[in-house]
Design a binder for this molecule. Structure first.
Ligand SMILES: [Zn+2]
Length: 250
């Protein structure tokens, strides 16, 4: 049995106990962890972790929150980071019109520039989407890039089906252990299109709400999917691991 945490931010200071965090992950059959950058600095930190630990892989990209800070030459810098052998995706990129830490126009520009970069390098994308369903589809259609996963999927079944039809995968976090409306989405999409993630240190799943999240807790997300779909836990583990390995080529 094997599980993969496809999205974590374990480069934060909160993880001074990283060796124990990874031991707990191994003890719980987590074979690989993807550490996701949100700007140039955190992408470097993710790569440093990936160089140090076999089971960790990295990504590089500009999160919508940070897109206002992207420098003129950021595409060149990203291109350079993406050539590293342990960098497996461009991300996290996307749109967030809930927090609006960066203005809408900047977010859309930076998102589309990165979608085009990923397309030209033939590397998959990790996409964040919050209260921006319409604009997300617009940018995807405009750039014609459909090689991606929508991380922490939290929209409705209509959007889920639309994205799957376009070729995207959907990834679920601990949110599904307490946000009841996502049950309907999970029930009605194929298991082959699903990946699992913790988004550590955020979104700690039940039964550990209130504590720091960490990669081993991805098992609770797999358990919840098994329960919702009424299939064995092992089947969720096998299928989501297979999907993640193919998607990230790891
Ligand atoms: Zn994230």
């Amino acid at each position: 049995m094997e599980l993969i945490d496809t999205h974590s931010h374990i480069y934060y200071d909160k993880y001074t106990d990283i060796n124990e965090v990874l031991d707990r992950a191994r003890d719980n059959n987590i074979s690989k962890i993807i550490c996701v950058g949100v700007d140039i600095e955190s992408s470097y930190k993710s790569i440093t972790l990936a160089e140090k630990y076999d089971m960790i892989y990295a990504t590089a990209g500009f999160h919508p929150h940070e897109s206002k800070d992207a420098k003129k030459n950021y595409i060149k810098e990203l291109e350079n980071l993406l050539s590293h052998e342990k960098v497996v995706a461009l991300g996290e990129i996307g749109l967030d019109f809930f927090y609006k830490h960066s203005d809408k126009e900047t977010q859309i520009n930076i998102f589309e520039e990165q979608l085009l970069l990923a397309k030209s390098l033939d590397i998959p994308c990790i996409i964040h989407n919050r209260e921006s369903d319409k604009e997300l589809i617009n940018s995807i259609n405009k750039t014609k890039n459909n090689n991606g996963v929508i991380h922490c999927f939290a929209s409705n079944l209509d959007l889920a089906k639309q994205l799957i039809k376009l070729g995207f995968h959907l990834s679920f976090t601990g949110l599904i252990t307490f946000a009841k409306e996502l049950k309907h989405v999970i029930k009605n999409i194929p298991i082959e299109k699903i990946m699992i993630e913790t988004d550590s240190p955020y979104l700690t799943p039940i039964p550990h709400r209130g504590k720091r999240n960490e990669p081993y807790m991805v098992k609770y997300i797999a358990m919840k999917i098994a329960k919702i779909k009424n299939i064995p836990f092992e089947e969720v583990a096998t299928q989501t691991t297979k999907t993640a390995k193919e998607f990230f080529d790891i």
